[in-house]
Design a protein around this ligand. Structure first.
Ligand SMILES: [Zn+2]
Length: 343
């Protein structure tokens, strides 16, 4: 069997790289009898080059099919935990939550993600390296790493044990992990969360912009950067600083599900279409031009560009019929010259 051979390679990689010893160490804190958890989370360092040398098929899997690779490591780690009795109270494989941390990636262009391309909708589902400047970040907040659900039907085998374990997937929303409308895989009755088993973790969202966006600023009189890409930072909370350049390794994921912005193409004026066509060579030029000439009847073009861009973004983001103000973009403007702005 293909999978069995791959699992053998995982085991020998863990053995050679010291991963097994680390696993045994990481299991120790979980043996506190006071504590019961739905999932046990382990971060495993993986050097793709070493894996490639050991087993090219497994190496390929680690680099291009991270979900499958994680499942292989999960299976092997569960077996190791059971065989070596590392955690007594673990019951099922689904309680093992494995995070594969790649130490580096091959130095080829396909393993580097251009942040501009990411913004245009290109989202590879595999590890890539990204480089960008941090322009904003959220506070550190809690999220559910794993939860245990029980069947509400008393006679169902799903009403006890650890058959229904939900684990947070990178980029997923909280409601994908914890919700009250999941149903039992055995009898389809509603599931109820056993909250005392919930495992919480820290997360932080960081927005990166491409360095080129800054270059555009310095030789372009229009002050604008319109590129943002929220990153979900798990392990490195509070370790990044605004204004610094970072290289991040990870799988790009869609973190926020903003309502889709749609418009009717027929209502867009010819001038706008022409402008969009003419500025297609750069991802920032169109927004810059629009901001530049926005409200030119009251403000001379070129003044307060950043503010005008923010107003435009706010207009795009805020819909008249929106009952949910969560998605509105509120603006707070501080200035010494209120005369022009009042208009
Ligand atoms: Zn059931």
């Amino acid at each position: 069997m293909d999978a069995d051979l791959l699992k053998e390679s995982v085991l020998s990689y863990l053995d050679r790289s010291g991963g097994l010893l680390k696993l045994a160490e990481d299991c120790k804190p979980f043996n506190d009898p006071q504590q019961s958890e739905a999932v046990y989370r382990f971060c495993i360092s993986v050097n793709p080059l070493d894996v490639m040398e050991l087993d090219p098929l497994l190496g390929d899997c680690v680099l291009h099919d991270p979900l499958k690779a994680t499942a292989l490591f999960q299976s092997v780690c569960f077996l190791a935990i059971k065989t070596l009795s590392l955690i007594e109270k673990i019951h099922t494989e689904s309680q093992v939550n494995i995070i594969l941390k790649l130490t580096h990636l091959p130095p080829f262009p396909e393993y580097t993600l251009d942040l501009c391309a990411f913004n245009r909708g290109y989202r590879p589902m595999r590890p890539v390296a990204m480089e960008g400047l941090v322009i904003a970040m959220t506070r550190v907040t809690k999220y559910t790493q794993g939860a245990r659900f029980l069947c509400t039907e008393d006679d169902c085998p799903g009403s006890t044990g650890f058959r229904h374990i939900r684990v947070h997937a990178p980029g997923a929303t909280e409601s994908a992990t914890v919700r009250n409308d999941f149903s039992c895989m055995i009898c389809s009755s509603p599931l109820k969360e056993d909250v005392k088993f919930r495992v919480l973790g820290d997360k932080q969202l960081v927005e990166l912009i491409h360095v080129k966006a800054l270059g555009n600023l310095s030789n372009n009189p229009l002050e604008c950067y319109c590129f943002v890409s929220p990153l979900h930072i798990d392990e490195l909370c509070n370790s990044m600083r605004i204004g610094q350049l970072y290289r991040v390794l990870g799988i790009p994921a869609h973190v926020h599900q903003w309502p889709n912005i749609t418009w009717n193409l027929h209502e867009i004026s010819k001038k706008f279409e022409a402008l969009l066509k003419a500025t297609g060579c750069s991802p920032w030029r169109f927004s810059a031009m629009v901001a530049y000439s926005f409200a030119s009847a009251v403000i001379p073009p070129g003044l307060f560009n950043t503010l005008k861009l923010c107003l435009l973004l706010s207009l795009v983001q805020t819909r008249a019929d929106a009952t949910d103000t969560f998605y509105s973009l509120d603006l707070l403007v501080l200035t010494t010259d209120t005369l022009i702005l009042d208009r």
